[in-house]
Design a protein around this ligand. Structure first.
Ligand code: ADP
Ligand code: MG
Length: 634
């Protein structure tokens, strides 16, 4: 060994999450071993992209892209497979950072929450992304030799590990820029030391990447006899997939390319590939994943598209091209209008960015509309994964509000199931004669919504009500005021008026009852004082004696809960107590001459109305006392 080869040798431990990832991977991916090659070639291609990008500002780095390539070679006797690239390479610090830790935020929590069963689930590991460490699925020892484009030949770095607790690092002399990855195969990995097998895998997984992949093969003469020499044979198309014409690209190719750009493991649900010329000149290739990434709800979840300018890779995660509520979309945009030296700052307020963002947003919404119209089941599986995020849409994207609203799905009294698969369009189609509003109810859970006393008249009149029980729904409804010309009406708000569904006889009856109940309402109000905003009669109930509602423009129960959960001070909700004059208990109360006993009736009715509305009451002791006294008296 030369002197430099042992310089700066050190042993370092993997970050504990890396150990967990390695363990998880080896246990869940044994039947999917071959994907290691896709991951390593994908990294080599990324490294070439990064070099090309750096060369934009430093033309000494390389001329033209003639020489950027990935090279595969194997030695069946030595039991090794080598994947080499002449991309950007890594410095010692970069090696420690990239091949010793996992930088993604939330990783610790991700692993901490995994059960033993989940450890065997390849879907989960797929969502997390396997990457470089997948080399250890097939190799029992891996050597990485790399030299960053920024350093000299003597500042190469060698990384070695058995994929257990630690790895070694040392400085090495490396003549050429880039990275060689040498896999010492396990018995299980020997099948990959085969020209035929490697060619098969490259064409399956890596045909679409933009640089050539070569394999070192034995040269043969005209009769097919080995000459004893070797040569590099190109084995992929080496044409960036999105630059090819749609009709030449197979479904499989689109799916494999998705895995390359998204680092996802599962197939995408849908994609849309578009070349646009004219005012804007660009190509976009957008994918809807089939599974939500594990960190989608994390605040610092990386989102956005890969950005290329004139086919040169510029950056990952360009979030400027996709609104936040579509943060699950993966893919790329390749623009001919942006300057090659574009930076995140320039992208921020740039006309081209803005119009590309609008175009990409429309594409995604259209893709989803198509899916919803053509394949309900597929759309339902999309909704289950991404529905919560889509509900952020109406607040964020004013100009597409109607389109987004059309894509929303809810539970409703029509289906009798907690599944969210009712569209607003289908609700409107089922509206009653004379109905001009979309009725909805928000609650803490599906059960609470479905059993809400507010629904009683709706049920008996056969009027459908949208049932909302996701945390975000109440907030969503602040922004969603109309759909298809119909306004929304919360059925727990005071503005609810079902007069249009009543005939004259009913109206007359209600008027009389209201008149007769005037004094009861006044007695109740004077007993309660400021504890409620108002007391009145209602005819929307059947088996429930009383409910509380809030004024249309005042804060309601769910909104108050939402604010509290977010740690904000919520103003007191001002409730209106509504009494059902047809109910036996209310009638009993009305007949009670003794003011003290009357007060107990009021406590009891208000208490149960609050309990039904909030799932809690302010003073349970007083409520129980009132009930006990009433029961003891009877
Ligand atoms: P990902 O590709 O999703 O970032 P990987 O685990 O595949 O995750 O790779 C981790 C990081 O290691 C890469 O982001 C890159 O910075 C670095 N890396 C891996 N392979 C190479 C390579 N051949 N050349 C340069 N850098 C590499
Ligand atoms: Mg990778």
């Amino acid at each position: 060994m030369s002197e430099t080869a042992t310089k700066n040798k050190e042993t370092r431990g993997f970050q504990s999450e890396v150990k967990q990832l390695l363990h998880l991977m080896i246990h869940s991916l044994y039947s999917n071993k071959e994907i290691f090659l896709r991951e390593l070639i994908s990294n080599a291609s990324d490294a070439a992209d990064k070099l090309r990008f750096q060369a934009l500002s430093n033309s000494d780095l390389y001329q033209g892209d003639a020489d950027l390539a990935v090279k595969l070679s194997f030695d069946a006797e030595a039991n090794t497979l080598t994947i080499s690239d002449n991309g950007i390479g890594m410095t010692r610090e970069a090696v420690i950072e990239n091949l010793g830790t996992i930088a993604k935020s939330g990783t610790k929590e991700f692993f901490a929450n995994l059960s033993d069963d989940q450890m065997k689930d390849s879907q989960l590991i797929g969502q997390f992304g396997v990457g470089f460490y997948s080399a250890f699925i097939v190799a029992d020892s891996v050597t990485v030799r790399t030299r960053s484009v920024d350093v000299s030949a003597d500042e190469g770095v060698q990384w070695q590990s058995h994929g257990e607790g630690d790895y070694t690092l040392e400085s090495v002399h490396k003549e050429t820029r880039g990275t060689d990855i040498v896999l010492h195969m396990k018995d299980d990995g020997k099948e990959f030391l085969s020209e035929w097998r490697l060619k098969e895998l490259v064409s399956k997984y890596s045909d679409h990447i933009g640089i050539p992949v070569y394999i070192l093969v034995k040269k043969k003469d005209e009769e097919g006899k080995e000459t004893g020499e070797t040569e590099w044979e190109k084995i992929n198309k080496a044409e960036a997939l999105w630059t090819r014409s749609k009709s030449d690209i197979s479904e499989d190719e689109y799916q494999e390319f998705y895995k390359h750009v998204s680092h996802d493991f599962a197939d995408p649900l849908a994609w849309s590939h578009n070349k646009v010329e004219g005012k804007n000149d660009y190509t976009s290739l957008l994918y809807i994943p089939s599974k939500a990434p594990w960190d989608m709800m994390n605040r610092d979840h990386k989102r956005g598209l890969k950005l290329y300018v004139q086919r040169v890779f510029i950056m990952d995660d360009a979030e400027q091209f996709m609104p936040s509520y579509l943060r699950f979309v993966k893919g790329l945009i390749d623009s001919n209008d942006l300057p090659l030296n574009v930076s995140r700052e320039i992208l921020q307020d740039n006309k081209v960015t803005q119009s590309l963002r609008n175009a990409c947003t429309k594409r995604v919404l259209t893709m989803l509309e198509r899916m919803a119209n053509s394949d309900e089941e597929k759309y339902h599986s999309f909704w289950k994964e991404f529905g919560l995020v889509m509900k952020e849409g109406p607040a964020e994207d004013f100009s597409n509000k109607e389109k987004v609203a059309g894509l929303l799905r809810f539970a409703s009294t029509h289906t009798d199931s907690s599944e969210q698969n009712v569209s607003l369009k289908s609700y409107i189609e089922r509206m009653k004669e004379g109905q001009d509003k979309i009725y909805y109810l928000t609650a803490d859970s599906y059960a609470a919504a479905k059993n809400s006393p507010h629904l009683e008249q709706f049920k008996s009149k056969g009027i459908e009500v949208v049932l909302m029980y996701d945390r975000i729904d109440e907030w969503l409804m602040n922004y969603l005021t109309e759909f298809d010309g119909k306004s929304f009406q919360s059925i727990t708000k005071a503005g609810l008026d079902l007069g249009q569904f009543e005939d004259d006889a009913e109206k007359e009856k209600h008027k009389e009852a209201e008149e007769a109940f005037k004094s009861v309402v006044e007695r109740t109000k004077s007993y309660l004082g400021d504890r409620v905003k108002e007391v009145r009669t209602t005819f929307k109930l059947a088996s429930t004696p009383a409910v509380v509602v809030t004024d249309d423009h005042e804060i309601g129960t769910q909104m108050a809960k939402l604010l509290e959960a977010a740690g904000q001070a919520a103003p007191d909700v001002k409730y209106i107590l509504e009494l059902n004059p047809d109910h036996q208990l209310v009638q009993k109360m009305a007949d009670e001459p003794d003011e003290e006993v009357f007060g107990r009736w009021v406590e009891m009715l208000l208490g149960q109305a609050m309990l039904a509305e909030r799932g809690a009451m302010e003073d349970p002791a007083q409520f129980l006392k009132a009930i006990n006294q009433l029961l003891a008296k009877n």
